[in-house]
Design a protein. Structure first.
Length: 643
């Protein structure tokens, strides 16, 4: 590790480009317009969101290089198919498993830059990195006009003035090593002497001259900084800043990455990412429709914004599309709908958190694919594509069935003076930043750790009691919550002993020991263990609840008579018998449980059907095969765009 690095840059500070937005935003085509290499760094399964972004930024004059995380095979297949449609789009022939804050992210960027420089048929002037959570807030023409005017500049956002605080916050004075998709903190280290460490956002716009310097230069600064940042947390948030500020290119540094980011540190900085790095991290919030004026009123040049997630809020993207490109024809289908794949047969194993809890038990057999379906930003359920035999023709057909979760929350008999509670829900993957359960539909199995969420209206401080009751009326836990007068959401994950007993659970909310509301959630039995039909010994171990019927060290049996929750011997005996079920009997038990919380809403035919009244999925508005003009791609028009 280098202790000292020679500093090239003779000046301090960064260039400030004071522009009048009205002047620079004019879509005047420059005599020699710059050409951009867009680097798309994507992961997950939101292929339609990626396609919508691509559609918004595409132009035949630019180039698009796509890296898909090594663990995202479904998305990789979609991106390979996309690249086949356009000569100026390529997918990296290599893939990495990048993690938040990991050294691999910097390695991925450097390799991508090396690839782009080696592509002699791609003559580009600027490198711009984007994720699937980005979206343009200005047109391509405006971006090209601006960059053509400042083609010698590098646009990169710095942290501010307190350099010592930045070093401590980023852990730059710590040694990290990436292994097994985790950043391990190994100990302390010294910052190299003679170099001005800088950093900030890892989203940037770099000109080709600087990229060539970073990739090809063998001077001490570049060589030593590559070595230093190979063992650094969040290296992409500091490497390019530090090299640029200390290099002969320092006078080209503009402290503006031309983006607006939705930071809400009160919600987004709750020490995230501890499961993948020995450090605390923050992430931006998603934009909502109320944020639209922020894009239109910004006083500095901005061309992109983040974050956007269609599974959280799609309306803001619809509004941006209207602002940038105008409205689609009236009556266009699918404008308020969003579909996202959660399982594809080619993946092998279902990608949901609890695959055995998938709503595949409505006589569907194993699913071919599953999509989550949203309408007007509200979760509508799952769309399960599956095979079925037409009994009239004895032929196998492919259908898509829409299943929707039932409403399980209800008020009981709250006193008139208690009116703050609005809603309660139990699930997993609670996102306190966006205030949603990421496990849409709350599919849970015996080894999951549920979270109880309550939504509140404004009012005076109040204390409520929350009681968790298992399917045999065993009180698993109870606790009190003090709700502040301004609180909107509360959530708590009780430390219950696992496995949880399968069946319908109840969570009651009491005020002064009077029932106020209750909700239910299903713990679905596992039909498979290690990808094979579950054996009886595994079923007994997994489906009998925790040892000694105790979910916590403390027993709450004494509360049963007080809360009028009788324990019937027959319930306990039935639960013990069900715990031993396997094969077809287990499947029937699962069918009966799932039917209590999910409803089959509709069905359509993927291909030809022998049933004359069966509707075609391509003509069914809710189907994942119905038209989706927001993300569907087409050939470029005469102006070079597809949007």
């Amino acid at each position: 590790m280098p202790d000292k690095v020679s500093r090239y840059c003779p000046v301090e500070g960064k260039v400030n480009i004071n522009v009048h937005w009205e002047e620079d935003s004019m879509e005047t085509v420059p005599a020699v317009p710059v050409r951009i290499a867009f680097m798309l760094v994507v992961h997950g399964r939101a292929s339609r969101q990626v396609q919508r972004l691509f559609k918004a930024i595409y132009h035949t004059s630019h180039f698009y290089y796509i890296h898909v995380d090594q663990r995202s095979n479904y998305l990789h297949r979609q991106m390979v198919a996309l690249a086949h449609q356009y000569p100026n789009v390529r997918v990296t022939p290599w893939r990495m498993s990048t993690i938040w804050g990991g050294a691999s992210l910097l390695t991925m960027y450097l390799q991508s830059m090396r690839d782009l420089l080696a592509m002699r048929d791609w003559s580009w002037d600027f490198f711009i990195n984007l994720s699937a959570a980005d979206y343009p807030i200005r047109t391509n023409d405006q971006l090209v006009a601006f960059l053509s005017k400042y083609r010698d500049m590098n646009f990169i956002k710095s942290h501010g003035r307190d350099n010592a605080r930045f070093i401590r916050k980023q852990g730059l004075d710590r040694l990290f090593y990436e292994c097994d998709t985790h950043m391990w903190r190994l100990g302390d280290r010294k910052i190299p002497e003679g170099v001005s460490v800088d950093g900030g956002s890892d989203w940037f716009l770099l000109n080709r001259m600087f990229v060539e310097y970073v990739i090809n230069s063998q001077d001490d600064l570049v060589t030593n900084m590559k070595r230093f940042y190979a063992y650094t947390l969040l290296p992409a948030e500091s490497f390019f800043h530090t090299v640029l500020e200390n290099s002969p290119h320092c006078e080209s540094m503009v402290d503006n990455n031309l983006r607006i980011t939705n930071w809400n540190r009160k919600l987004g900085c709750k020490c995230q990412y501890k499961h993948i790095v020995d450090w605390c991290g923050c992430s931006p919030n998603d934009f909502k429709p109320s944020d639209l004026p922020r894009f239109q009123q910004t006083t500095r040049p901005t061309f992109f914004a983040r974050k956007f997630e269609a599974s959280v809020n799609q309306e803001i993207v619809n509004q941006l599309d209207f602002f940038l490109f105008g409205s689609l024809p009236q009556g266009t289908l699918g404008l308020q709908a969003y579909w996202e794949n959660v399982f594809d047969e080619a993946d092998g194993v279902p990608a949901t958190q609890s695959p055995e809890a998938m709503p595949k038990y409505f006589g569907m057999g194993h699913p071919v694919s599953v999509h989550i379906y949203f309408l007007s930003d509200q979760f509508q359920g799952y769309l399960v594509r599956h095979h079925a035999t037409n009994l009239a023709t004895s032929k196998l057909e492919t259908l898509e069935t829409w299943v929707m979760p039932k409403q399980l929350f209800k008020f009981t008999s709250p006193p008139k003076t208690f009116n703050r509670l609005q809603f309660a829900e139990i699930g997993t993957d609670w996102d306190a930043k966006e205030r949603i359960f990421r496990n849409f539909g709350n599919l849970m199995g015996p080894m999951d750790k549920p979270v109880a969420m309550q939504k509140w209206g404004k009012g005076s401080n109040v204390t409520v009691t929350v009681v968790w009751i298992d399917p045999t009326n065993v009180i698993a836990t109870t606790y009190d919550i003090l709700i502040d007068g301004s609180a909107e959401f509360t959530h708590y994950k009780p430390t219950l002993n696992l496995p949880l007993r399968p069946g319908m659970w109840t969570v009651r909310i009491l005020h002064r020991w009077n029932p106020v509301a209750e909700t239910h959630f299903l713990i679905t039995p596992l039909t498979h263990h290690k990808h094979l039909p579950i054996r009886q010994e595994d079923a007994l171990r997994t489906h009998n609840g925790p040892s000694k019927n105790s979910y916590m060290e403390q027993s709450f049996h004494g509360l049963n008579p007080i809360l009028n929750i009788p324990v019937h011997l027959g319930q306990v005996e039935a639960a013990e018998q069900n715990a031993a079920l396997t094969g077809a009997e287990l499947e029937r038990w699962v069918d009966s449980l799932v039917g209590d919380v999910w409803s089959a809403m509709d069905v359509c035919s993927v291909g030809p059907s022998g049933c004359p009244v069966m509707q075609s999925c391509r003509e069914t508005v809710w189907s994942s095969l119905s038209p989706d003009p927001k993300s569907q791609l087409s050939s470029p028009r005469s102006n070079g765009r597809i949007r």
